[in-house]
Design a protein around this ligand. Structure first.
Ligand SMILES: Cc1ncc(C[n+]2csc(CCOP(=O)(O)OP(=O)(O)O)c2C)c(N)n1
Length: 335
Protein backbone atom coordinates (compact mmCIF):
# COMPACT_ATOMS: atom_id res chain seq x y z
CA UNK A 1 0.00 0.00 0.00
CA UNK A 2 1.34 3.40 -0.94
CA UNK A 3 1.84 5.70 2.05
CA UNK A 4 -0.18 8.80 1.23
CA UNK A 5 0.32 10.55 4.54
CA UNK A 6 3.70 12.03 3.75
CA UNK A 7 5.48 13.01 0.59
CA UNK A 8 9.16 12.32 0.07
CA UNK A 9 11.32 15.20 -1.09
CA UNK A 10 11.67 13.78 -4.62
CA UNK A 11 7.87 13.51 -4.80
CA UNK A 12 7.58 17.15 -3.74
CA UNK A 13 10.07 18.20 -6.38
CA UNK A 14 8.14 16.19 -8.97
CA UNK A 15 4.96 18.10 -8.09
CA UNK A 16 6.85 21.38 -8.39
CA UNK A 17 8.32 20.32 -11.75
CA UNK A 18 4.85 19.58 -13.12
CA UNK A 19 3.51 22.92 -11.92
CA UNK A 20 6.41 24.81 -13.51
CA UNK A 21 5.94 22.97 -16.81
CA UNK A 22 2.25 23.89 -16.83
CA UNK A 23 2.88 27.56 -16.02
CA UNK A 24 5.64 27.80 -18.61
CA UNK A 25 3.26 26.31 -21.15
CA UNK A 26 0.41 28.68 -20.32
CA UNK A 27 2.71 31.71 -20.46
CA UNK A 28 3.91 30.63 -23.90
CA UNK A 29 0.36 30.09 -25.19
CA UNK A 30 -0.59 33.50 -23.76
CA UNK A 31 2.28 35.06 -25.69
CA UNK A 32 1.45 33.28 -28.94
CA UNK A 33 -2.27 33.89 -28.62
CA UNK A 34 -1.91 37.64 -28.30
CA UNK A 35 1.08 38.00 -30.62
CA UNK A 36 -0.96 38.79 -33.71
CA UNK A 37 -4.24 40.05 -32.29
CA UNK A 38 -5.10 43.72 -32.01
CA UNK A 39 -6.80 45.18 -28.92
CA UNK A 40 -10.52 44.43 -29.11
CA UNK A 41 -9.38 41.49 -31.16
CA UNK A 42 -11.20 39.14 -33.44
CA UNK A 43 -10.92 35.76 -31.75
CA UNK A 44 -10.99 34.03 -35.11
CA UNK A 45 -7.82 35.79 -36.23
CA UNK A 46 -4.21 34.87 -35.77
CA UNK A 47 -1.95 31.92 -35.29
CA UNK A 48 -4.04 30.52 -32.44
CA UNK A 49 -7.70 30.86 -33.45
CA UNK A 50 -10.76 30.67 -31.23
CA UNK A 51 -11.33 31.38 -27.55
CA UNK A 52 -8.60 30.64 -25.04
CA UNK A 53 -9.10 29.63 -21.39
CA UNK A 54 -5.80 29.36 -19.54
CA UNK A 55 -5.24 27.62 -16.24
CA UNK A 56 -2.53 29.69 -14.50
CA UNK A 57 -3.02 29.41 -10.74
CA UNK A 58 -4.75 26.02 -10.97
CA UNK A 59 -1.56 23.99 -11.38
CA UNK A 60 -1.80 22.38 -7.91
CA UNK A 61 -5.00 20.57 -8.89
CA UNK A 62 -3.45 19.09 -12.01
CA UNK A 63 -0.13 18.16 -10.42
CA UNK A 64 -1.82 16.51 -7.43
CA UNK A 65 -4.02 14.40 -9.72
CA UNK A 66 -1.36 13.53 -12.28
CA UNK A 67 0.97 12.11 -9.65
CA UNK A 68 -1.45 9.22 -9.01
CA UNK A 69 -2.40 8.25 -12.54
CA UNK A 70 -0.74 6.35 -15.34
CA UNK A 71 -1.55 6.65 -19.03
CA UNK A 72 -3.83 3.61 -18.57
CA UNK A 73 -6.12 5.65 -16.35
CA UNK A 74 -8.73 7.89 -17.94
CA UNK A 75 -8.97 11.63 -17.37
CA UNK A 76 -11.67 14.00 -18.57
CA UNK A 77 -11.38 17.77 -18.32
CA UNK A 78 -13.14 20.99 -19.26
CA UNK A 79 -12.89 24.05 -21.50
CA UNK A 80 -9.81 24.93 -19.35
CA UNK A 81 -7.86 21.72 -19.98
CA UNK A 82 -4.15 22.37 -20.52
CA UNK A 83 -2.93 21.93 -16.94
CA UNK A 84 -4.73 18.63 -16.48
CA UNK A 85 -3.61 17.31 -19.87
CA UNK A 86 0.03 18.19 -19.21
CA UNK A 87 0.03 16.62 -15.75
CA UNK A 88 -1.41 13.44 -17.28
CA UNK A 89 1.53 13.24 -19.65
CA UNK A 90 -0.10 14.19 -22.95
CA UNK A 91 2.30 14.67 -25.86
CA UNK A 92 3.13 18.39 -25.77
CA UNK A 93 3.89 18.63 -29.47
CA UNK A 94 0.60 17.06 -30.57
CA UNK A 95 -1.38 19.08 -28.05
CA UNK A 96 0.23 22.33 -29.15
CA UNK A 97 -0.30 21.54 -32.82
CA UNK A 98 -3.98 20.98 -32.02
CA UNK A 99 -4.19 24.35 -30.30
CA UNK A 100 -2.60 25.95 -33.36
CA UNK A 101 -5.09 24.15 -35.64
CA UNK A 102 -2.47 22.07 -37.43
CA UNK A 103 -2.77 18.74 -39.23
CA UNK A 104 -0.27 17.15 -36.79
CA UNK A 105 -2.51 17.95 -33.81
CA UNK A 106 -4.26 15.41 -31.60
CA UNK A 107 -7.46 15.90 -33.61
CA UNK A 108 -5.76 16.96 -36.86
CA UNK A 109 -6.34 20.57 -35.87
CA UNK A 110 -10.13 20.29 -36.06
CA UNK A 111 -10.90 20.56 -32.35
CA UNK A 112 -8.69 23.29 -30.98
CA UNK A 113 -7.81 24.00 -27.39
CA UNK A 114 -11.15 22.97 -25.82
CA UNK A 115 -11.33 19.64 -27.64
CA UNK A 116 -8.19 17.67 -26.93
CA UNK A 117 -8.57 13.92 -27.39
CA UNK A 118 -5.70 11.56 -26.79
CA UNK A 119 -6.22 7.80 -26.96
CA UNK A 120 -2.61 7.25 -25.83
CA UNK A 121 -3.30 8.71 -22.39
CA UNK A 122 -7.10 8.23 -22.34
CA UNK A 123 -7.54 12.00 -22.08
CA UNK A 124 -10.47 14.03 -23.33
CA UNK A 125 -12.15 17.34 -22.67
CA UNK A 126 -15.02 19.45 -23.94
CA UNK A 127 -16.26 23.03 -24.19
CA UNK A 128 -19.63 21.89 -22.84
CA UNK A 129 -19.42 22.31 -19.10
CA UNK A 130 -19.94 19.18 -16.94
CA UNK A 131 -19.72 17.15 -20.15
CA UNK A 132 -16.63 15.28 -18.92
CA UNK A 133 -18.47 13.44 -16.16
CA UNK A 134 -20.71 11.02 -18.11
CA UNK A 135 -17.84 9.77 -20.32
CA UNK A 136 -15.72 9.21 -17.21
CA UNK A 137 -18.52 7.02 -15.85
CA UNK A 138 -18.50 5.02 -19.07
CA UNK A 139 -14.77 4.51 -18.86
CA UNK A 140 -14.98 3.55 -15.19
CA UNK A 141 -17.79 1.11 -15.99
CA UNK A 142 -15.62 -0.54 -18.65
CA UNK A 143 -12.67 -0.76 -16.25
CA UNK A 144 -14.89 -2.32 -13.59
CA UNK A 145 -16.38 -4.87 -16.01
CA UNK A 146 -12.91 -5.83 -17.20
CA UNK A 147 -11.89 -6.51 -13.60
CA UNK A 148 -8.96 -4.11 -13.88
CA UNK A 149 -7.76 -1.64 -11.26
CA UNK A 150 -7.80 1.29 -13.69
CA UNK A 151 -9.59 4.46 -12.62
CA UNK A 152 -11.27 7.40 -14.32
CA UNK A 153 -10.95 10.94 -12.99
CA UNK A 154 -13.34 13.69 -14.07
CA UNK A 155 -12.30 17.30 -13.44
CA UNK A 156 -14.88 20.07 -13.53
CA UNK A 157 -15.44 23.63 -12.33
CA UNK A 158 -17.56 24.75 -9.38
CA UNK A 159 -19.94 26.48 -11.79
CA UNK A 160 -20.45 23.23 -13.66
CA UNK A 161 -21.13 21.42 -10.38
CA UNK A 162 -24.62 22.92 -10.55
CA UNK A 163 -25.39 21.21 -13.85
CA UNK A 164 -27.71 18.22 -14.02
CA UNK A 165 -24.99 16.07 -15.61
CA UNK A 166 -22.86 16.51 -12.48
CA UNK A 167 -25.57 15.28 -10.12
CA UNK A 168 -26.74 12.46 -12.37
CA UNK A 169 -23.17 11.24 -12.69
CA UNK A 170 -22.54 11.24 -8.95
CA UNK A 171 -25.71 9.26 -8.38
CA UNK A 172 -24.94 6.59 -10.94
CA UNK A 173 -21.29 6.32 -9.94
CA UNK A 174 -22.29 5.66 -6.34
CA UNK A 175 -25.13 3.32 -7.28
CA UNK A 176 -22.80 1.18 -9.37
CA UNK A 177 -19.74 1.74 -7.13
CA UNK A 178 -17.68 2.79 -10.13
CA UNK A 179 -13.92 3.42 -9.92
CA UNK A 180 -14.20 7.14 -10.59
CA UNK A 181 -12.96 10.26 -8.79
CA UNK A 182 -14.73 13.58 -9.29
CA UNK A 183 -12.57 16.66 -8.77
CA UNK A 184 -14.18 20.11 -8.62
CA UNK A 185 -11.90 23.09 -9.21
CA UNK A 186 -13.43 25.91 -7.18
CA UNK A 187 -11.71 29.01 -8.54
CA UNK A 188 -14.43 31.26 -7.06
CA UNK A 189 -15.77 32.35 -10.46
CA UNK A 190 -17.97 30.91 -13.19
CA UNK A 191 -17.02 33.43 -15.88
CA UNK A 192 -18.15 36.60 -14.01
CA UNK A 193 -20.50 34.89 -11.56
CA UNK A 194 -19.12 34.63 -8.03
CA UNK A 195 -19.49 31.25 -6.43
CA UNK A 196 -21.86 32.59 -3.76
CA UNK A 197 -24.31 33.61 -6.48
CA UNK A 198 -24.42 30.17 -8.08
CA UNK A 199 -23.92 27.53 -5.43
CA UNK A 200 -26.23 26.77 -2.51
CA UNK A 201 -23.62 25.11 -0.30
CA UNK A 202 -20.32 26.42 1.02
CA UNK A 203 -18.51 23.27 -0.03
CA UNK A 204 -19.29 20.97 -2.92
CA UNK A 205 -17.69 18.21 -0.85
CA UNK A 206 -20.87 18.30 1.28
CA UNK A 207 -22.86 17.22 -1.76
CA UNK A 208 -21.05 13.86 -1.70
CA UNK A 209 -23.10 12.79 1.32
CA UNK A 210 -26.29 13.09 -0.72
CA UNK A 211 -24.99 10.37 -3.01
CA UNK A 212 -23.37 8.19 -0.37
CA UNK A 213 -19.74 8.74 -1.25
CA UNK A 214 -16.80 10.32 0.61
CA UNK A 215 -16.33 14.05 0.03
CA UNK A 216 -13.28 16.16 0.87
CA UNK A 217 -12.52 19.84 0.36
CA UNK A 218 -8.88 20.89 -0.01
CA UNK A 219 -8.23 24.47 1.07
CA UNK A 220 -5.58 27.02 0.14
CA UNK A 221 -4.81 25.63 -3.33
CA UNK A 222 -2.47 23.20 -1.60
CA UNK A 223 -0.73 20.87 -4.02
CA UNK A 224 0.17 18.52 -1.18
CA UNK A 225 -3.44 18.58 0.03
CA UNK A 226 -4.63 17.65 -3.47
CA UNK A 227 -1.99 14.92 -3.69
CA UNK A 228 -3.18 13.40 -0.43
CA UNK A 229 -6.92 13.63 -1.12
CA UNK A 230 -6.62 12.30 -4.67
CA UNK A 231 -4.24 9.56 -3.55
CA UNK A 232 -6.79 8.30 -1.03
CA UNK A 233 -9.66 8.53 -3.51
CA UNK A 234 -7.72 6.78 -6.28
CA UNK A 235 -6.67 4.09 -3.80
CA UNK A 236 -10.31 3.47 -2.88
CA UNK A 237 -11.33 3.33 -6.53
CA UNK A 238 -8.55 0.90 -7.45
CA UNK A 239 -9.50 -1.33 -4.50
CA UNK A 240 -13.12 -1.53 -5.71
CA UNK A 241 -14.46 0.73 -2.98
CA UNK A 242 -16.27 3.12 -5.32
CA UNK A 243 -16.29 6.81 -6.19
CA UNK A 244 -15.21 9.93 -4.29
CA UNK A 245 -15.74 13.66 -4.65
CA UNK A 246 -13.01 16.20 -4.00
CA UNK A 247 -13.31 19.95 -4.21
CA UNK A 248 -10.17 22.08 -4.31
CA UNK A 249 -10.25 25.77 -3.49
CA UNK A 250 -7.96 27.00 -6.23
CA UNK A 251 -7.18 30.31 -7.92
CA UNK A 252 -7.92 31.62 -11.38
CA UNK A 253 -4.90 33.86 -11.78
CA UNK A 254 -5.92 35.31 -15.18
CA UNK A 255 -9.22 36.11 -16.91
CA UNK A 256 -11.95 33.58 -17.66
CA UNK A 257 -10.83 33.75 -21.27
CA UNK A 258 -8.05 35.71 -22.94
CA UNK A 259 -9.41 39.18 -23.58
CA UNK A 260 -11.51 39.19 -20.39
CA UNK A 261 -10.91 42.61 -18.76
CA UNK A 262 -12.19 41.23 -15.41
CA UNK A 263 -13.91 44.48 -14.49
CA UNK A 264 -16.30 42.42 -12.37
CA UNK A 265 -13.58 40.93 -10.23
CA UNK A 266 -13.34 41.95 -6.61
CA UNK A 267 -10.73 39.46 -5.41
CA UNK A 268 -7.72 40.49 -7.46
CA UNK A 269 -5.96 42.35 -4.69
CA UNK A 270 -3.30 40.15 -3.15
CA UNK A 271 -3.53 37.58 -5.92
CA UNK A 272 0.20 37.65 -6.73
CA UNK A 273 0.93 36.68 -3.11
CA UNK A 274 -1.31 33.64 -3.55
CA UNK A 275 0.41 32.41 -6.72
CA UNK A 276 0.97 28.72 -5.90
CA UNK A 277 4.23 28.36 -7.79
CA UNK A 278 6.50 30.84 -5.99
CA UNK A 279 4.75 29.90 -2.77
CA UNK A 280 5.59 26.21 -3.20
CA UNK A 281 9.09 26.94 -4.47
CA UNK A 282 9.80 29.00 -1.34
CA UNK A 283 8.47 26.25 0.90
CA UNK A 284 10.64 23.62 -0.83
CA UNK A 285 13.69 25.87 -0.65
CA UNK A 286 13.10 26.55 3.04
CA UNK A 287 12.61 22.84 3.78
CA UNK A 288 15.71 21.84 1.86
CA UNK A 289 13.89 19.73 -0.74
CA UNK A 290 15.02 22.07 -3.51
CA UNK A 291 18.08 24.23 -4.13
CA UNK A 292 18.17 27.43 -6.15
CA UNK A 293 20.18 25.55 -8.77
CA UNK A 294 17.52 22.82 -8.96
CA UNK A 295 14.81 25.45 -9.39
CA UNK A 296 16.73 27.15 -12.18
CA UNK A 297 17.33 23.84 -13.96
CA UNK A 298 13.65 22.86 -13.66
CA UNK A 299 12.57 26.18 -15.20
CA UNK A 300 15.12 25.91 -18.01
CA UNK A 301 14.06 22.35 -18.86
CA UNK A 302 10.42 23.45 -18.94
CA UNK A 303 11.20 26.31 -21.32
CA UNK A 304 13.07 23.91 -23.64
CA UNK A 305 10.17 21.45 -23.79
CA UNK A 306 7.54 24.13 -24.28
CA UNK A 307 9.43 26.07 -26.95
CA UNK A 308 10.12 22.83 -28.80
CA UNK A 309 6.37 22.12 -28.84
CA UNK A 310 5.53 25.65 -30.01
CA UNK A 311 8.12 25.46 -32.80
CA UNK A 312 6.76 22.05 -33.85
CA UNK A 313 3.22 23.41 -34.02
CA UNK A 314 4.20 26.50 -35.98
CA UNK A 315 6.12 24.48 -38.55
CA UNK A 316 3.31 21.93 -38.99
CA UNK A 317 0.95 22.12 -41.99
CA UNK A 318 -2.48 23.71 -41.80
CA UNK A 319 -5.23 21.23 -42.81
CA UNK A 320 -6.26 21.25 -46.44
CA UNK A 321 -9.66 23.00 -46.77
CA UNK A 322 -10.66 20.22 -49.16
CA UNK A 323 -10.61 17.89 -46.12
CA UNK A 324 -12.94 20.05 -44.04
CA UNK A 325 -15.65 17.40 -43.96
CA UNK A 326 -13.32 14.45 -43.47
CA UNK A 327 -13.32 12.62 -40.10
CA UNK A 328 -16.82 13.79 -39.20
CA UNK A 329 -17.97 10.18 -39.17
CA UNK A 330 -15.84 7.11 -38.52
CA UNK A 331 -15.11 5.30 -41.74
CA UNK A 332 -17.76 2.67 -42.35
CA UNK A 333 -20.02 4.11 -39.65
CA UNK A 334 -22.69 5.02 -42.19
CA UNK A 335 -24.09 2.26 -44.35
C1 LIG B 1 -23.65 23.49 -20.98
C2 LIG B 1 -22.93 24.80 -21.06
N1 LIG B 1 -23.53 25.91 -20.56
C3 LIG B 1 -22.89 27.11 -20.61
C4 LIG B 1 -21.64 27.19 -21.16
C5 LIG B 1 -20.89 28.53 -21.20
N2 LIG B 1 -19.81 28.53 -20.22
C6 LIG B 1 -18.54 28.33 -20.59
S1 LIG B 1 -17.49 28.33 -19.28
C7 LIG B 1 -18.74 28.65 -18.21
C8 LIG B 1 -18.47 28.82 -16.74
C9 LIG B 1 -17.77 27.67 -16.16
O1 LIG B 1 -17.45 27.92 -14.82
P1 LIG B 1 -16.75 26.82 -13.97
O2 LIG B 1 -17.44 25.51 -14.16
O3 LIG B 1 -16.66 27.32 -12.59
O4 LIG B 1 -15.31 26.67 -14.65
P2 LIG B 1 -14.13 27.75 -14.78
O5 LIG B 1 -14.37 28.50 -16.06
O6 LIG B 1 -14.17 28.62 -13.59
O7 LIG B 1 -12.88 26.95 -14.88
C10 LIG B 1 -19.96 28.72 -18.87
C11 LIG B 1 -21.27 28.98 -18.23
C12 LIG B 1 -21.03 26.02 -21.67
N3 LIG B 1 -19.83 26.03 -22.20
N4 LIG B 1 -21.70 24.83 -21.59
Amino acid sequence: MVDRSTLTDPERVALYRTMVLIRTYEEAILREYHADKSPGFDIGAGLVPGEMHLSAGQEPVAAGIGAHLSADDALTATHRPHHVAIAHGIDLRAMTAEIFGRETGLGRGRGGHMHLFDPATHFSCSGIIAEGLPPALGQAFAFQRAGSDRVAVAVTGEGAANQGAFHESLNLAALWQLPVVFVVEDNDWGISVPRAASTSVASNADRAAAYGMPGVRVEDNSVEGVWQAVGEAVGRARAGDGPSLIEVHTLRLWGHFEGDAQGYRSDLEGVPGRDPIPTYRDALLAGGALTEADATAISAAAVDRVEDAIAYAKSSPIPDPADALAYVFAEGARS
